[in-house]
Design a protein around this ligand. Structure first.
Ligand code: FNR
Length: 193
């Protein structure tokens, strides 16, 4: 069947630039023949992790929702804000909670990381930080990451990017990732467990 992607913006903010970028990713994926499960970060938000809460195999609803959506799709794409040179605390929190399921759901799943920021670096340092827990969990984090700099002035009214070179680079990055995910479905030796 078609290759399916969970796409979510890791911002809880109404006017989020990362949500804009994630919605643009949805358009590009659908245009190129993929299917998308778009999710809101609010669905995944969890109480602060505390091992004492893990009685009788307890997992918060947010972690359960993320686990289900990771497993229901061939790959996931996150557009995350950069907070203080790293990922937002609530995002690390839900990753920690979700990592407590057995089997651990991030293992061998493909992921593409992207960010949007009003800064000149576009939140790229946050993505290098976000790679660390995912690499640790055995996620196949795609090497090329996309960071949208000066994101507050990058979008047109219709949600596409003003800069055509950048728009093409964004689309090419997504298509390359889609091709990898699609190809890996046909190789049982590297198929997800
Ligand atoms: C930020 N912001 C920010 N931006 C950046 O490029 N590098 C950084 O280190 C930080 N640090 C930071 C810390 C905190 C606590 C906040 C609240 C914000 C600015 C950030 O990129 C900006 O608010 C974005 O608009 C957040 O993404 P969304 O919510 O628009 O998707």
């Amino acid at each position: 069947g078609q290759t399916s992607f969970l796409v979510f913006s890791a911002s809880l903010r109404k006017g989020s630039l990362n949500t804009k970028l994630a919605k643009l990713a949805v358009k590009v994926i659908e245009k190129n023949g993929g299917t998308v499960d778009f999710a809101d970060m609010a669905e995944f938000d969890c109480p602060t992790f505390n091992q004492d809460l893990e009685i009788d195999n307890y997992h918060p609803d947010g972690a359960e929702a993320l686990r289900k959506k990771i497993l229901a799709n061939d790959a996931f794409i996150i557009s995350s804000p950069e907070y203080n040179g790293s990922m937002p605390g609530y995002l690390k929190n839900v990753i920690d909670w979700t990592s407590r399921f057995r089997p651990q759901p991030f293992h061998q799943h493909h992921a593409l990381l992207m960010s949007a920021s009003p800064s000149m670096a576009g939140g790229n340092r946050g993505l290098w930080a976000l790679r660390v827990p995912f690499e640790h969990l055995g996620t196949r984090v795609y090497p090329d990451m996309f960071s949208l700099a000066t994101a507050h002035e990058a979008f047109k009214e219709d949600g596409t990017l003003k800069n055509e070179t950048l728009a093409k680079r964004f689309e090419d990055n997504l298509i390359a990732f889609m091709n990898l995910v699609e190809a890996s479905k046909h190789y049982p030796c590297i198929k997800k467990a």
